[in-house]
Design a protein around this ligand. Structure first.
Ligand code: NAP
Length: 267
């Protein structure tokens, strides 16, 4: 008798039922998950089945993101974290490891700007941006990488910026921190490849979030003329790239910086 396959059976037999990005059973820690790109990454990873540890300074905002995820059937837990403090990083990562058992995906997304022309920039503003954006990512990675090594599987995804690739007047501190993240990514990728851990960066262009809200209308219009795809990016554009790099489908990609910038810079 002829077998009648349901559409689902057919999809399963062809391997089409998964999207190649399923993260069921994976544990992900996302820094700066209280808003913007970090929030979008957390939601996307949770949608793909990961349990997400949401970390930032604003616990109330994190609770709101966690509520959104759990209401949609996902799993999320909230952790207070200041990435500019080594003590806070140690406390947060210990709590995540104690609660969830492991961290297999780390998204180093927390970041700040403190813009100013180089000649007038205070050392404190230069160092604060380096400390949060670059040193924070290094310390977070150091704190959770043994957990990935034990699992012989891991993903570190660093959110850098197009500004780290091409520079920006008024952002010596920010661009140095983001260029530093690219070097950090490549060196970590080399150190941990043999342990089944990939380390990649995502370099967003101009994305509509609180960080870019400060631009004037004139600045916005001028930037838009330089973007071949003729629109600003969305946090969902970045989250999609992060979810891909976190997936098994991206298992042969490491040390890479993935530009998600509408074509404003083609490296
Ligand atoms: P955002 O809306 O300003 O969000 C920044 C996030 O980082 C917030 O969740 C904030 O949470 C967290 N954060 C800041 N300082 C922190 C600290 N000391 N400890 C812990 N968390 C901290 O910015 P976004 O646009 O989503 O940017 C996210 C990342 O993408 C940043 O690394 C940024 O540099 C990068 N990026 C953005 C763009 C863009 O166009 N928007 C372009 C390129 C790269 P709390 O305030 O609650 O701590």
């Amino acid at each position: 008798m002829e077998a009648i396959l349901s559409q689902q059976d057919m999809k399963d037999s062809l391997g089409l039922s998964g999207d190649g990005q399923r993260l069921s059973g994976r544990i992900a820690l996302i820094t700066g998950a209280s808003q913007g790109i970090g929030r979008a990454c957390a939601i996307q990873l949770a949608k793909a089945g990961a349990t997400v540890a949401l970390a930032a300074r604003s616990v109330a905002k994190l609770e709101a993101v966690a509520a959104e995820i759990t209401a949609a059937g996902g799993h999320a837990k909230v952790y207070a974290l200041d990435v500019s403090s080594e003590e806070s990083i140690k406390f947060c990562t210990k709590s995540v490891l104690a609660d969830l058992g492991k961290v297999e995906i780390l998204v180093n997304n927390a970041g700040i700007t403190k813009d100013g022309l180089a000649l007038r920039m205070r050392l404190s503003d230069f160092e604060a941006v380096l400390r949060t954006n670059l040193t924070g990512a290094f310390l977070l990675t150091q704190a959770v990488i043994s957990s990935m090594m034990k699992a012989r599987w891991g993903r570190v995804i660093n959110i850098t910026s197009v500004v780290g690739e091409i520079g920006a007047a008024g952002q010596v501190n920010y661009s140095a921190s983001k260029a530093g993240m690219i070097g950090l990514t490549k060196s970590l990728a080399r150190e941990f490849a043999s342990r089944g851990i990939t380390v990649n960066a995502v370099a967003p262009g101009f994305i509509q979030t609180a960080m870019t809200e400060e631009l004037t209308e004139a600045q916005r219009a001028s930037i838009l003329t330089q973007i071949p795809l003729a629109r600003y990016g969305t946090d969902a554009d970045i989250a999609a790239a992060v979810a891909f790099l976190a997936s098994d489908a991206a298992g042969y990609i490491t040390g890479h910086t993935l530009d998600v910038n509408g074509g404003i810079y083609m490296g």
